[in-house]
Every structure is written in C-alpha cells, then in structure tokens.
Design a protein around this ligand. Sequence first.
Ligand SMILES: *Cc1c(COP(=O)(O)O)cnc(C)c1O
Length: 471
Amino acid sequence: MDSADYRFWTGRAADWAADYRDTIRTRPVRARTAPGEIAARIPAAPPEAPEPMEAIFADFERDIVPGMTHWQHPRFFAYFPANAAPVSVVAEILVSAMAAQCMLWQTSPAATELETRVLDWLRQALGLPDGFHGVIQDSASSATLAAVLTMRERALGWAGNRQGLAGVPAVRVYASPEAHSSVERAIWIAGIGADNLVRIPTHGPLRGMQAQALEAAITADRTAGFLPAGIVACIGGTSIGGTDDIAAVAAVAARHGLFLHVDAAWAGSAMICPEFRTLWAGVEAADSLVFNPHKWLGAQFDCSAHFVRDPEALVRTLAIRPDYLRTHGKDGVVNYSEWSVPLGRRFRALKLWFLIRAHGLDGLRTMIRNHVAWARDLAERIDAEPDFEIVSAPVLSLFSFRYKPAGCADADADALTQRLLTAINDDGRIYLTQTTVDGRYAIRFQAGQFETTRDDVTAAYDIITGIARGL
Ligand SMILES: *Cc1c(COP(=O)(O)O)cnc(C)c1O
C-alpha cells in the first residue's frame, strides 16, 4: 500500500467508523446469524494473488458487519460493558499508526512514562493511597494470574519458578464461589491445581466470604501441612455483583501473612465516585488489585489497571532479564514487561490519557452515576410488576430478575424466564444475558454503555414487560 492509498483507506475507515456510530441504533444489538453462516461466506483457501482494497472493504461491509454483536449499542445491557469512548478510539488509531513495542523503557520512553503518570491519575481517581503502583495489563485475567504467581512465589520463598512445585507442600489459595472463572484458570496455570483453590462459604445479600470460615480454613490447612499463600477477594462479581468484605478479609490475610489480591474488574470503575467506595471499604490493605477501564470507564479494549503495593515482589516473580533486554546505562528506569506475563506490550496508556482529559473525571462520574440511578429505577419498576421477581438487588448498575406469573411453579418459572430471554434477544432491540442464582434461572440487567440514555433504560422496561405479555 503506497502513501496515497494509505491516506485514502485510513480516511475511508474513519468515515466508516463515524457512520457506524451514527447508525448503530438502527441495528439489532445481537448478531442475527446462525453458527457457520459467516464462515460459509469466506473462501476456504487464501488468495495467491493480491486483491484490490475496494473488494476487501466491500466484503467487510457485506460479510462481516452483519455477523457482529454491537457492544457500543446504547441498548447493550448484557454481560458487562466493553466501552470504547470515541476519544479512546482516536487514541488507538494513533497507537496503531505508530505500532511500537513498549516492553522496555527504551523501546518507547513516552509509553512507559505516560503509563506511570496516567496509572497514578487513576490511583488518585479511585481514592487509593499513594503506596500503590500501577501497570496496565492486557486483561484482568492476566493481572490475576500475575497476582497468583506472586502469592505462590512469596509463599515458596521465591523458589517455585526455579524448582517447580514437586516435593513442596501444596500451595493453597482462598476465594468465594462468586469469584470469576479467571481465578480458577490462574490457579491451573500457576500449577497450584484447582483442588487447592479453597472455596469459602458466603453470607449476606452481597454473598461475601464468611471471615470466620476463611480463618478456619486457613488454620485447618496449616495443621494439615498445606501452604496457605493468598486470598483472591471479589468486588462486584460477574453473576450478581457478589462482593467480599475487604476489611474483614484483609484482617484475616494480615493475621496469617497471606497475600491479598482484589478483583474489581467491573465495579472498580465506579470507585471514581466517592459515594460508591463503601463497596470496597478496607481496600487500602490489599497487596494487589485489578479493575478494567476497558469495561465501564470507556477506554477501548484492552486496558486493565493493575495496582500493587510492592512492585519488587511482582518483578521478582516475573522478570527474566536476559542480556539482550537490558537497557544499558539507564538504571532505575521502569521496564513494564517485567510486571506482566507477556513480553510484548502495546501502548495502552495513550487512550487513558485522551479519555481522562477529554471527559474529565467529572464527566466520567456523571456517566456512572446515571447508569446506577437508571438501573435502580428499572429494578424498582420491575419489582412492582406482579408477574416479575427481583432475584438479586442492584449492586451499582447490575441486578437480576425472573418472570414468574402468579401460580407458576419454580421449575416452570425457570423455563418461562429462559423463553422470555430468548424472545427478547431475538427481537433485537435490547440485549440481555442470563445467570443462575441458587439453582434458579435469572436474567441479568446492567446499564453501562457510554451513550446509554435514561430513555434507553425506560425502553428496556417496555420491551421486557411487553414481550413477556406476548409469550
Ligand atoms: C470481566 C471480569 C473479569 C475478566 O476480565 P478480562 O479483562 O476479560 O480478563 C474478571 N473478573 C471479573 C469480576 C470480571 O467482571
């Protein structure tokens, strides 16, 4: 592609992106394609000869876009949001254009130094003390893996990477059943084994770990010859927003010298609003915590903010430092690839810098406060409907409900709620997903898309209740 073509096609792509935003409300939120339908349109073998860009671009619009689910649709109420504020997309275009590998300070000093700065902006925005140091990971899963590896190494006196785990007491990690699946996968990958991830029973509406049960499990494990290493606490779990009492869990961690990692992947963004910080009261005692600006805050995927109290412990766990990666003559500089599992890293700080400056923390707080208020209004309206039941009360902007007309048995309500969800998503005007709460099927609702309005949430009420009546 020559320079003139590059200019032309990046311009076409930018125009397409703006048109996409302008027309997104006319599209069904969830893709309406059957499995295999898109693959059938793509040739099974690669082309030998170059093809014209016109043809490639036309095929993108014809064959690919109809198979997309529109995460930037203001009526996307499924999963958790994956916001890409337009300003962060602009930053990503610049990052793609420069395409730097930002693994070491010297491979792009600006990327490293901006990362240090904007992560400290985020730390202040969340109200975390200045003892926390931030790094951007590609995902919360990676941050949690890094934390689990650190707790393992710390418990093994930093010998695990060298010696492996054979012949040492089984390392034990504690979490609630509400913890994300990424915790269990980190346990697998760290060689700890799922049998050594101890699930602590929960209590209360937020389903937090019972501190006494946690304490008892650790003590029993010690007696049995296991090696308790750390705790992964959860704030705003994926199913219903399950949340541990961090202060209580941190007290147990401190008493037993365990490493405490906090997974606030979704809910962490809301902590820029001081009034929501009660949800993670005590977080200053954590050793490590992760939240995803690529979920609610508006930094386009991928962008996970990982804060640690002791970067030395993380670097001791993950840095290899072969000769060819040394930055000669620049001792004391930060090489962020030593803070994460992958070596290569994209320049992810730029979109955060653009985002925070263009919206200001106040603009971002207003968005989050609106989502929380609108979701609570919707939960109240659904609760007031005799045919509906709130299954889990709102945690920030997330709640779940089910459809259970009078006289309907539990098992029938499960099937009916499932039918309702399918009908809503086939309809396409909104998109919702499901969960299971105490063995019962429930529909999740979360408001969090960057451009969602109060009218969109009101429309969700009309669509949910209207489709239910037509079942
Ligand atoms: C989304 C989510 C994750 C996983 O985040 P990734 O960045 O996709 O790895 C982990 N924990 C919780 C609570 C989440 O909501």
